[in-house]
Design a protein around this ligand. Sequence first.
Ligand code: RIB
Length: 332
Amino acid sequence: MITIHDVAKMAGTSTATVSHVINGTRFVSDELQKKVKEAMKELNYKPNMMARGLKGGSMKTIGVIVPDCTNTFFSEISRAIDRCCFAKGYNIILCNTDNDIKQQSSYCDMLISKMVDGVIMISSDNSDDDINKLTEASIPVVIADRTVNHKGVDNIIVNNEKGGYDATKYLISLGYTKIACIGGPTFISSSNQRIEGYRKALKESGIEINEDYISHGDFHFAGGNKSVSDYMNLKDRPEAVFATNDMMALGFIDGLKSLKMEVPKDVSVIGFDDVQLARITTPKLTTIAQPLNELAQKATDLILNKVEKTDLNISQIVLDPILVERDSCRKK
Ligand code: RIB
C-alpha cells in the first residue's frame, strides 16, 4: 500500500509537508505543492481520512442531517448541499432521521465518532440537546430550514410567514374567501410560521378566520389526502386550499380526484416548496417556491466559514420564497 512516506520520498520532502499540502494546514510553496501533488498522482496515493482526522487535520467531511428523505424537498436539498460541498473539496455523510429524535441523537454520536468537520442540520427536534452535543465536541453546526432556540449557531431559513401570507393573498386575489390551510406537524417551526402568514393575510383582508378550515397534516402525501374528508364533509366547505408543503398539496389533489372533484375547477390548491414533482403532476402545482439552491449554497458557505475559520460570526439568514403560478389555481 502506498503511504505518505512514499509520497514524501518521491517529492523530496518531509511527511509533515505532505500532510500540510493535503490538509491545507500550513503554507507550502507552489513549487513544493506541485511536487507533492505530482508524486501523489504518480503513486495514486489516497490519503487515509481517519489518519488525517487523528492528526488534527481536516476530514473534509460534512454531516448533513435531514428529517425525511421520502419527502423530495429533503432529498433535493441534500443533493444540492452535496454538490456545494463537493465543489469545495468536501464529502458529506447524509443522515435521515425519519423525524425520530432518538435517531437524530444517535446520528450526532456517529458524526462525532467520525470526526466530521461540521454539521448542517434540518432538525426534527426543537430542543438544543443535539446541537449542544455537537458544539461541545467542537463540531460547528448550521441549522437550516427550521428555527431552533439555540443562538450560538448559524441559522438559515426562508421567510415562511411571508410565504404563507403571499399564498393566501394570491387566493384572495382570485376571489376566494373560503380558504383552508393544511398545516404540518405542530412542532415544526416552518409550518407554524406559514400558518401565521395565512392568518395575517385573512385578517388584513377582513376575512373571518374559520378555525374548522385549519388542520394539521404530517407533511406527507397521505396527510394531504386525509384532509380531503376533513374539509369536504364540512357543511360550508372551503373553495380554495393552501397546503404548507407540496407533498400534502399533491395528496389533497389526489384525494379530490377520488371524489370526482377537479382542480382547479372545483377547488383551487396552492402548495409550498416547489419540489420537482410539483412541475410534472396534472395539474402542475401552483406553489410558493423555496430558493433551494441558494439555501444549500448559503448553508454550505456558513458551515465552511466555521470549519475553515474564515468567519466566526454567527449569522441568521432569511431568504424570500417566490410565488410560482401554474395550473392548480384559477379565478373564482
Ligand atoms: O416539505 C417539508 C417541509 O418541511 C418543507 O417545507 C421544509 O421547509 C421543511 O421545513
